[in-house]
Design a protein around this ligand. Structure first.
Ligand SMILES: Cc1cc2nc3c(=O)[nH]c(=O)nc-3n(C[C@H](O)[C@H](O)[C@H](O)COP(=O)(O)OP(=O)(O)OC[C@H]3O[C@@H](n4cnc5c(N)ncnc54)[C@H](O)[C@@H]3O)c2cc1C
Length: 293
């Protein structure tokens, strides 16, 4: 069943924005199509008149490092992100998450732009970008703006982006400095595809044997992704020792909010799993930041 009447392959951002705004019926951007086409096919989204393919727009396929830091274009295929030396050096959590999304076929076409714009609270790439404090570059007819990634979410599957007027151009991440490290890990059901039971990404800055700065994001916890601020505060100024780990575990139920999802896991299981997953991810980020355990 075809759920659109017209397909436009945009060659520039202006062309894409025009095609989104101009058609006689609703229009929507498509990058890899791995989320969108399924949603249209299964009727979870109303049919659209025009699909605007953004995967060939040069700015959206750029992956580079400059004085402003790392830039990952919204339409760079996840397989390219996962293998990129630049991403592995400056945002290891993002490379790790990208390498785990779907299988090789999905990663050939699916993108971080689609992962973020779909706005699911446990999307792997999005969780890793959030822990890296990524800024999203958004384009509209009135120009470009940089916004913190976590401002782009309204609810599960509900993005703050206006689908017929705004496009994600890419994500900016600060260069990695000495003493910094990041990591991502997740737990899937054995035959699971798409979303995990639980995922977590952590950024750490180490000063001698102490954590000087950290960002922790766990999904799915609540309707929109957010930083686990109380857990972050607890780690500041400390090493990742036994006592810190035990206090962190105690704080999980007050800071994170897990629910049961029939196809994935019960809430209790997620709370118990979270302690193990956070231990693993924080220890890895700490090690990458040059710390010893
Ligand atoms: C078999 C399978 C396995 C999967 N496994 C995982 C997994 O392990 N982890 C995970 O997180 N996800 C998984 N997914 C979901 C999906 O592959 C990812 O979310 C992917 O990153 C979506 O990117 P895409 O380019 O295909 O997006 P599309 O399907 O093209 O688009 C998704 C949404 O984003 C919008 N959009 C796309 N690009 C832009 C842009 N530049 N600006 C604004 N809006 C845009 C579209 O309009 C649409 O609303 C899986 C999907 C499949 C089919």
């Amino acid at each position: 069943m075809i759920s659109w009447s017209s397909y436009v392959t945009a060659r520039s951002l202006d062309e894409a924005l025009e095609a989104l705004a101009a058609p006689p019926g609703p229009a929507r951007a498509v990058a890899g199509g791995s989320d969108l086409l399924l949603e249209l096919k299964e009727g979870r989204l109303p049919p659209v008149h025009t699909l605007v393919d953004v995967a060939a727009i040069p700015e959206l396929t750029r992956l580079s490092l400059d004085e402003d830091g790392l830039f990952i274009g919204a339409a760079v295929p996840l397989g390219v992100v996962a293998r990129s030396e630049l991403v592995r050096t400056h945002a290891e959590a993002v490379a790790e998450a990208s390498a785990l999304i779907g299988g090789p076929q999905v990663r050939t076409s699916a993108t971080l732009g689609g992962n973020v714009a779909h706005a699911l609270p446990a999307a792997d790439g999005m969780i890793a970008l959030a822990a890296m404090d990524a800024q999203a570059e958004v384009a509209s007819a009135s120009g470009r703006r940089l916004v913190p990634l976590l401002t782009l979410f309204r609810g599960p599957g509900e993005s703050a982006l206006l689908p017929d007027r705004e496009l994600l151009v890419g994500f900016r991440i600060a260069r990695r400095a000495a003493g910094e490290g990041s990591a991502f890990a997740r737990v899937m059901r054995p035959q699971g595809v798409a979303l995990p039971i639980l995922n977590a990404a952590v950024f750490l800055k180490r000063e001698d044997a102490r954590i000087r700065e950290t960002r922790i994001v766990v999904g799915p916890s609540g309707p929109v992704p957010r930083r686990a601020a109380a857990l972050e505060r607890l780690l500041l100024g400390r090493g990742f020792d036994k006592e810190t780990r035990s206090q962190l575990h105690e704080a999980i139920p007050t800071e994170l909010s897990f629910r049961a999802s029939p196809q994935r896991a019960g809430a209790d299981y997620r709370y118990r799993l979270c302690a193990v997953l956070l231990d693993e991810v924080i220890a890895e980020a700490w090690r990458r930041a040059g710390g010893t355990l």
